[in-house]
Design a protein around this ligand. Sequence first.
Ligand code: FAD
Ligand code: NAP
Ligand code: SF4
Length: 672
Amino acid sequence: MNYPNLLSPLDLGFTTLRNRVVMGSMHTGLEDRARHIDRLAEYFAERAHGGVGLIITGGYAPNRTGWLLPFASELTSSTQARRHRRVTGAVHDAGGKIALQVLHAGRYAYHPLSVSASSIKAPINPFRPRRLSSAGVRSTIDDFARCTLLAREAGYDGVEIMGSEGYLLNQFLAERTNKRNDDWGGTAEKRRRFPVEIVRRARAAAGPDFIICYRMSMADYVEGGQSWDEIIALATEVEAAGATMINSGFGWHEARVPTIVTSVPGSAFVDISHAVAGHVNIPVVASNRINMPQAAEQILADTGVQLVSMARPLLADPEWVLKAQTARADEINTCIACNQACLDHAFVKKTVSCLLNPRAGHETELVLAPTRHTRSIAVVGAGPAGLATAVNAAARGHQVTLFEANDVIGGQFDMARRIPGKEEFNETIRYFTTMLATNGVEVRLNTRVSAAALADYDHVVLATGVAPRIPAIAGIDHPMVLTYAEAITGAKPIGASVAVIGAGGIGFDVSEFLVTDNSPTLNLKEWKAEWGVADPWDAPGALTTPIPAAPAREVYLLQRTDGAQGRKLGKTSGWVHRASLKAKGVQQLSGVNYERIADDGLHISFGPKRERPRLLEVDNVVVCAGQEPVRELEEDLRRIGIDPHIIGGAAFAAELDAKRAIKQGTELAARL
Ligand code: FAD
Ligand code: NAP
Ligand code: SF4
């Protein structure tokens, strides 16, 4: 069998999981409104059909103070529980198992009813929480127990008690947020009482044959976080209180240590889960930055953990397990940890989806059914937009030919994958390469196709993307000037000091590329040093002094607009890029006028009055000033009577990203 550990069942005594894959909790936004229950059921059913062992839902509050947002998801009544039967029934019909996550947001609740162990405001939330009284603590425990019972009534196979990421239970556990001196604080033992009592009461409410998973913060990554002794004591007490398994959590939401973005090395936290597993007799679940079967198999083979949790990887590919089971791992659409359509959507109250799989969360709306009328389709351009069209149209049964001027597929994404910390984008290129072959797309590389050669196709799709914008700056044709494409592909050598024009996503990426030595992927040791990450057994809160690597070059990052740079970067990943460039000494200058480029460097001034003239004595200038659409074929096509479908950057270059390109390509493929 492929992946014998990963695919073997796990006997929990009263029930058996069909394999070791847990779909970790992700709040999709569909949980919050009763009218979305059918969409939610379909979303989970698709993952259950795909073979996942145990699904954990997004978080449901046990009472209204625990809501994440005003009127967000809760499970507090039998009426609500009855509605959930749509979800549990759909998952069970597909042969899966599902547990409901019970989450009390505590001081992360984004509303004025929020409560916590003490009245200490979170740095990431404007609302100051009310300190729970002793009676309030007891009634919250009652609410967790009631929610567990309701989950059972709703047909769930279990619950996950959310005790990590800095939510309420975590707030009781850490000295940082628990300044109480009553039965629920003052000593580590008393701080533990609240979560342990919740598990004990949840077990009593649900009975013995119900999964109770406790999600435990194994490294808080904040000052005043738990010590290792406290973490281990909690694990053993949670087990004694009746937990069936312990899931791993790392870092509070307010932590300044990245734990899930692309630049975090794979399997970075497995050692910690393994260490906890050595202290308990119930299964421990590993999590974070695990996205392919080989890595998951290795973890199960080499460590004491018994299950592997993946959340985003199952958004990206609902058939992840099925593909592992049928020796088709190279067909897995691997989550690249970009957060762009999942967590970044959650923060702006948009339904969670996936950059790579726009069907996620929209299973009932974006349907790729087999076609009844096979058509011949020419797709021009093998960037993300063209690739998504070609692969999905061919999967529906169309005859697709993909023309690409370059000698490789990927378009701009082929550059993105070369940025340090974005190496995982390679997996997307691997996925599309495999799927083009599997679905029988005829791929013609090195082919800049003419309009006449496209005359006989039923449909022509222009996905010719974008080209770097060349701004009108005096001296822009000086030999020291490179486009971002020339810099990233190594087309021209780059000196020791560089000015980057344009501080958008690409300007940030290029700066990261320039300050990073040529060594490719950051290893775990270097990553820990850069972010000041200690092993939790060495320091409470698992923090130490950061020692970032010395920058490989002196870099100036410039923009014309006033104010802080990188404001348009992703909500959940932008801070990582900003912190990384700061740590590597990139000099960020805003409100800049580009006066001229000459042999002595880049001449700039500041503000509308062109004040403070300054010469940046740099060896090179790299232009990252946005992009223009590439659409030269359109006119020729229209002249011979062809009305092309135009998608991705070819249609509209401003604010373009791979999320829009892939979504447009997939939606077009569904319509053709
Ligand atoms: P393109 O990617 O430009 O692809 C167009 C393709 O068409 C090219 O391969 C081109 O060679 C081909 N072509 C053009 N003309 C012809 C012709 N006449 N005949 C045949 N072929 C032709 N986006 C994100 O969402 N997240 C990120 O983290 C991210 N990081 C990035 C980092 C960098 C360094 C760069 C450069 C881009 C990044 N992007 C990112 C942007 C993303 O890659 C683009 O938005 C996306 O690739 C646009 O897709 P597209 O298919 O519309 O066009
Ligand atoms: P962008 O985000 O639009 O940034 C372009 C930059 O160039 C801006 O900083 C702009 O700032 C400057 N600029 C624009 N016109 C200029 C001109 N004529 N002269 C000088 N400067 C000019 O575009 P991008 O950086 O090229 O990125 C393209 C897309 O790729 C983005 O929309 C982004 O979504 C995506 N991307 C995403 C990521 C990610 O991590 N999610 C990473 C890379 C790229 P001023 O006008 O202030 O000078
Ligand atoms: Fe993964 Fe990005 Fe998709 Fe989120 S949007 S599931 S991080 S690939």
